[in-house]
Ligand binder design. Structure first.
Ligand code: FES
Length: 302
């Protein structure tokens, strides 16, 4: 069996659902503040935070492993290895929090893999804690072995993390293709009178499903599939409660509650971090027409 098909099998392990949902509930209980969750998702960065946060602990653990590989290392090198492990443990705290926030908003199959990823990383951190303890107690050899065990587990956790992103599309922008596959010319979306005020409705622009919303004289057209995980925004709810957008209307995704500004598709609340693609709109002979904007994140309409 190829290693990657073996990784794919994890997503089929339904027996993981119970512990995964227990972990998800724990994460929600601990991370109740939405603004804090937004910070952990990376909404402010416009990119998932977790992949960036893991760089420091992984790098520190790797360097500690390299130093430990020298048999003739002296007291200075030993101290350096211990400091690197300490740095890795410390910086793994925000990385773990960011990963936990993303995990809690993933779908079932992603959570199964995510749970194994978390167990591997948890075992790695435990190994490093033991490594530090044994080193400080004078058991240098046991400490080095625990460090290498931690490094192997970190690599396994990293492999699963990559699999979560590249095979299971966790954290990727699910709406990225829209500006490339939607037709460049204006597309008729039906009569303006068919649109009920402030009621989202689904239409097609070529092969691309879009959500159309009329708010008085304003018309908004956004890609229908949410950038977080393809949830149908046309089944979402309108919101004017956003702080940073003032009274500008927003649309809330029905799946995990991401909130997008209708004016430019910008993210008000995660877990989405990428803006929702928007479309130019116009009305010709009483018919609404839309044309995709090539660059997401700019105001819609006009
Ligand atoms: S699909 Fe997750 S917030 Fe929209």
């Amino acid at each position: 069996m190829r290693p990657f098909s073996a990784l794919d099998r994890i997503a089929e392990w339904s027996w993981l659902d119970k512990p995964a949902s227990a972990l998800r509930d724990t994460v929600f209980a601990l991370l109740r503040n939405r603004r804090f969750r937004d910070v952990l998702h990376g909404v402010w960065l416009g990119h998932p935070l977790h992949p960036m946060m893991v760089q420091t602990p992984v790098g520190a653990f790797l360097f500690a492993g390299v130093i430990d590989a020298f048999p003739d290392r002296g007291a200075g090198e030993r101290r350096a290895a211990e400091s690197l492990i300490g740095l890795g443990l410390l910086t793994s705290i925000p990385a773990t929090l960011a990963g936990a926030a993303d995990f809690a908003q993933a779908h079932e199959e992603q959570q199964r893999t995510g749970l194994v990823h978390a167990v591997a990383n948890g075992a790695a951190l435990t190994s490093y804690l033991l490594s530090l303890r044994w080193r400080s107690g004078g058991a240098e050899r046991a400490g080095v072995l625990a460090g290498w065990t931690g490094l192997a587990l970190t690599a396994a956790g990293g492999l699963l993390g990559g699999h979560l992103s590249y095979h299971q599309s966790t954290g990727v922008n699910h709406a990225d293709a829209v500006p490339h596959v939607a037709p460049e010319e204006w597309t008729d979306l039906g009569a303006l009178t068919e649109l009920r005020d402030r009621v989202p409705s689904r239409r097609m622009v070529g092969e691309v499903p879009v959500v159309v919303l009329r708010d008085g004289a304003e018309l908004y057209v956004l890609a229908d599939r949410c950038s977080h995980a393809s949830g149908p925004l046309s089944r979402g709810t309108l919101s004017w409660q956003s702080e940073s957008s003032g009274n500008s209307p927003c649309l809330r995704c029905p799946w995990h509650g991401s909130v997008f500004r209708l004016s430019d598709g910008g993210v008000e609340h995660g877990p989405a971090t990428a803006p929702q693609p928007t479309f130019h709109t116009r009305v010709v002979d009483g018919h609404v027409q839309a044309r995709v904007r090539r660059i997401p994140g700019v105001p819609a309409g006009g």
